[in-house]
Design a protein around this ligand. Sequence first.
Ligand code: 5GP
Length: 206
Amino acid sequence: MRQKRGSLFVISAPSGAGKTTLCQKLREVVPDVKFSVSYTTRKPRAGEVDGVHYSFVDEDEFRAMIAEGEFVEWAQVHGNFYGTSKRRIEDMINEGFDVMLDIDVQGGRQIKEHFPDSVLIFVLPPSMDELKKRLTGRMSDAEDVIKKRLKNAIDEIREYKNYDYVIINDVFDDALEDMVAIIIAERIRTSKIEEGWIIENFIKEE
Ligand code: 5GP
């Protein structure tokens, strides 16, 4: 294998910035990036499948997992708990896969502390007006949820400085191209190349 360990990417954004669609499309154009499935106490939305979009658990189960040290990071977001399994991501990285975490800014901070080499990407909407429009147009959430998310959006945007890259999701295809560029650049870092592979293929004499 050319690449030693996989890279760990974090993608965060205020709700409504278009992160979910970006991630969905990214799966199609860079299929060998694995998305980590988080645990959450949030109830499944229509179309969400347990074990695919999230692993849905109740609060008691979630608290037991915190106590057992199962999470590399966890946070309360919009009133629900969300957490990333340490074992799930370490297994994928050790197998050489690039792993993408779609998590909030509190989680991003914890991941950077635990994995200083992780690459943090922050997605911004083109403007606050556009963000409001996008949130109001969404039918899946109640009005009070939208209000809460707008208030949270400003606090989340303040955290952009903890991130390595900022992508503005105005023209979708451009934003996607930016994300792909970041992933590709990370893959070809010298530190990611297995030295044995270079020696075997380019240096070793017959
Ligand atoms: P949603 O409920 O809309 O799927 O997600 C709400 C927010 O929680 C999003 O910002 C999403 O990125 C974040 N989130 C999802 N999984 C995790 C996780 O495992 N940890 C953290 N910290 N945030 C998460």
